[in-house]
Design a protein. Structure first.
Length: 276
């Protein structure tokens, strides 16, 4: 039986689908953790799942996801693209925002090589240099502080130390150069299509140092992924700050997961102990 997060997200997706004349008889839940993805034939509805705990109103994040993905699609970069008919949204049902995306056939079992992931990410970054839209300038920092404000009491008394660490790292982030980023650039956010590696999930995008995306690539892919990134180089100090900030973000995220899935509290506590 679906938990309340999945059930309410599925209901919202179906309401939006019916509103726009989409077939719902074969609706299939593809994913139900951070976001709930519901396939409706040739369209996939995306609804916040656990991210509701991070972003009580995720509208702005979903708007940026659609806008950045549309920019990349129009720039000829292979990404999962938002629909135009019906409009991608965000639409709203049951108090939840819903965005609509083209179903993109892919091989879920394929694992890209470090070179494929890194070179395709570099292509994304090159196209994002020309992105004209407004983006947050302290994306992960402000999200960390907001999560601590709302859920700090669930973090084993560590909220003050986590806040102090977030502010310390924020002060060390470089002011420039910055650019539009993917925001969550790990290998699981690129799928294998017949046309090649295809990136998705740009809701965490922000305007920051390139080292942020590279730190995630290295942390969740491995050093070989970072080594394959076709760039002239990056500032080691910036990379270390971004790596540490990402690790801190993961600690807080694990505590948010434990709010939804209490059995995972041990993972959060282990991540906290390892960080400090």
């Amino acid at each position: 039986m679906a938990d309340p997060y999945t059930a309410s997200a599925l209901d919202a997706a179906l309401v939006v689908a019916r509103r726009h004349g989409l077939a719902t008889g074969s609706a299939e839940v593809l994913h139900e953790r951070s976001n709930v993805l519901v396939r409706l034939g040739s369209v996939v509805a995306r609804v916040p799942g656990t991210t509701r705990l991070l972003r009580p109103d995720a509208t702005a994040w979903l708007e940026r996801d659609v806008a950045v993905s549309r920019h990349l699609t129009q720039s000829g970069v292979l990404v999962v693209s938002p629909t135009t008919d019906p409009p991608a949204g965000p639409h709203f049902a049951g108090g939840l925002p819903v965005t609509l995306w083209h179903w993109t056939p892919h091989d879920p079992d394929h694992r890209h090589s470090p070179g494929e992931v890194a070179s395709s990410l570099a292509t994304v970054h090159a196209a994002l240099l020309a992105y004209p839209g407004e983006l947050p300038l302290r994306g992960p920092v402000d999200e960390l502080l907001g999560a601590l404000d709302r859920h700090g009491t669930a973090m084993d008394g560590a909220a003050p130390a986590l806040r102090a660490e977030a502010l310390r790292l924020a002060a060390a982030l470089p002011g420039s150069p910055v650019q539009a980023l993917h925001g969550d650039a790990h290998p699981n956010n690129v799928i294998a299509t017949a046309a090649g590696p295809c990136w998705l999930d740009f809701e965490d995008t922000w305007r920051g140092p390139l080292a942020w995306d590279l730190a995630i690539l290295a942390k969740q892919g491995g050093p070989e992924f970072l080594a394959a990134y076709p760039a002239a180089g990056f500032d080691e100090a910036e990379f270390e700050v971004c790596s540490r900030l990402r690790e801190l973000f993961v600690v807080v995220w694990r505590y948010l997961l434990a709010v939804r899935f209490p059995a995972r509290l041990g993972e959060a506590r282990a991540a906290l102990a390892e960080y400090f």
